[in-house]
Write a protein that binds this ligand. Structure first.
Ligand SMILES: Nc1ncnc2c1ncn2[C@@H]1O[C@H](COP(=O)(O)OP(=O)(O)OP(=O)(O)O)[C@@H](O)[C@H]1O
Ligand SMILES: [Mg+2]
Length: 128
């Protein structure tokens, strides 16, 4: 990448992108050709409680059939992130996509219909 002036990307025998290396490597069809299309994409989301920011600039990509785990110390933002993915918090900035469909402006009740649900931990607590 350091030495290249121009890049041409082939996929299944066809040119799918061409041009400046850094710009080409960011193109979604190039990323998909290399990594496969993600099922769930969280892109630089921000969620706050009133004026207090809880998470910001959080990005995660999860592929089909993949099991992902989010870890972090108390107060890191795990529950806020999971609740935002499930539609329980509004996403102030960034994007949330499932199979390429933008969910970030979807009303809360529509998330289940999209196939997103929270399975609470044992003990009957609803905290994630
Ligand atoms: N209802 C709320 N009102 C205001 N701030 C909140 C609220 N819930 C969480 N926060 C704040 O948002 C940030 C992220 O908290 P969150 O509960 O998402 O963290 P967590 O990683 O799930 O923590 P834990 O491991 O304790 O479950 C923390 O600074 C927390 O104090
Ligand atoms: Mg939590």
């Amino acid at each position: 990448m350091e030495l290249t002036d121009r890049i041409v990307v082939l996929s299944y025998g066809r040119v799918i992108a061409e041009g400046d290396p850094r710009a080409v490597m960011r193109e979604p069809n190039v990323v998909a050709a290399y990594l496969g299309s993600p099922m769930l994409e969280v892109e630089r989301i921000r969620v706050s409680y009133g004026a207090a920011p809880a998470i910001s600039e959080v990005s995660i990509r999860i592929g089909p059939g993949e099991l992902a785990c989010v870890v972090g110390p108390n107060g890191a933002g795990k529950t806020t992130l999971i609740n935002a993915i499930a539609g329980l918090h509004s996403i102030e900035a960034g994007a949330l996509r499932l199979d390429g469909r933008d969910l970030s402006r979807l009303p809360r009740h529509a998330f289940c219909g999209e196939g997103i649900a929270i399975v609470p931990r044992g003990g009957g607590s609803l905290r994630a």
